[in-house]
Ligand binder design. Sequence first.
Ligand code: 2PG
Ligand code: MG
Length: 449
Amino acid sequence: MPALQALKARQVLDSRGRPTVEVDAILAGGVAGRAIVPSGASTGRHEAVELRDGDPAHYAGLGVRKAVANVGNVIAPAILGMDVEDQAAIDAALLSLDGTPNKGRLGANALLGVSMAVAHAAAAARGEELFVHLNRLWKAKSEGLDPSIPREPSLPLPMVNMISGGLHAGRNLDIQDVLFFPIGAGSYSEALETIVAMYRAVGAELAKLGAEATLVGDEGGYGPKLRDDEQALQVVTDAMLACGLTPGRDGAIALDVASTHFYDPATGAYRLTGVQKPMTADAMVEMLARWTDRYPIVSIEDGVAEDDWEGWQALTNRLGDRVQLVGDDLFVTQSARIAQGVEIGAANAVLIKVNQVGTLSETLDALVLSRRSGYRPVVSARSGETEDATIADLAVGTAAGQIKIGSVARSERLAKYNRLLRIEEALGPNALFAGRGALWRGKSGSILA
Ligand code: 2PG
Ligand code: MG
């Protein structure tokens, strides 16, 4: 049994220059695993707590020295000696050490750093790729699920940020991300090549409009000044045509509206800067339906706000049969909220972000529940990322089918795209690629032409 011998945590910086937690899990003989915790900007209210020091004299209050100290002082003494292959037991120990429902005592950043580093160490002890180890955990967790649910490692179809707005790009647009989906690709590396061609083509379209295409948002998407959100949809559609892609067949659009950040819970109003009057949830749904009629949109994330359950039902009733509807702020990768959504018929897909819940085992639980409920999982990065590429292995190991990393600019994003290239090579010529089949199909068949 590979026993955990030491835990070393430290403060490092993420892609926004903010402190975050890095953890080394060290085994006998010097074998080690390392993980770095990501961080969001458009965070959901129900996410697990990211513990920050609040000391204005140190990184303007954003330091994570308390979380780092918790790893050394509280977590290490309790879990040293445990078997790193037993991820479930280690994560259960982390939860009971914290003892709060939202991980507010030790910090989800402390817990997740340990949880992921342990998985890396377990893989290293066996001399295995991380996705192979995670696949073993996935198979154990997903035992007994419908046989149609994929269990073998497979490369995900990426949805890729082309144009950024909202909290990630100075609120130039209300919508946070307009993403490109290479639905015609037959392999991951082919998808990546199309994505890069599209990124350049979108830049060229923006340059034609004189829309300041040189500035990029937090996830590497262009942060242009455009007339309104709809113009961004037109630009991405035009770029597909310029690349010789048939919209709806070779390429499609996904949106992350991230509407929580312009929703006023007191009045139930959505306040878009591009629209004069505040909008009701029904008006939001109608606007999204109109866009879906006009543009090749196949997936919409957070089309309405995190606690607007009625709005989610309306959205799902109206569009759920022809569009993948992804809950991010809505579900925050937490099984209890996913179960609530399934019960009332809200959404049909779940964004999976490890730090929204705080341990690997709970992330696997959320994946299992999504699959069991017929909801499609999309493994996702955060807007604050690092060179850590664990989510690439997670998406492959759990055969999640879809991944959202950000654009093909900025190395914290490329670390994951490049990791997927290495995994594709490791899996060899018969590597499974989820492709367009990973998308929500609608109750009456395929949403794709
Ligand atoms: C999202 C994510 C990633 P953040 O809203 O889906 O794009 O953003 O990490 O800021 O929550
Ligand atoms: Mg989102």
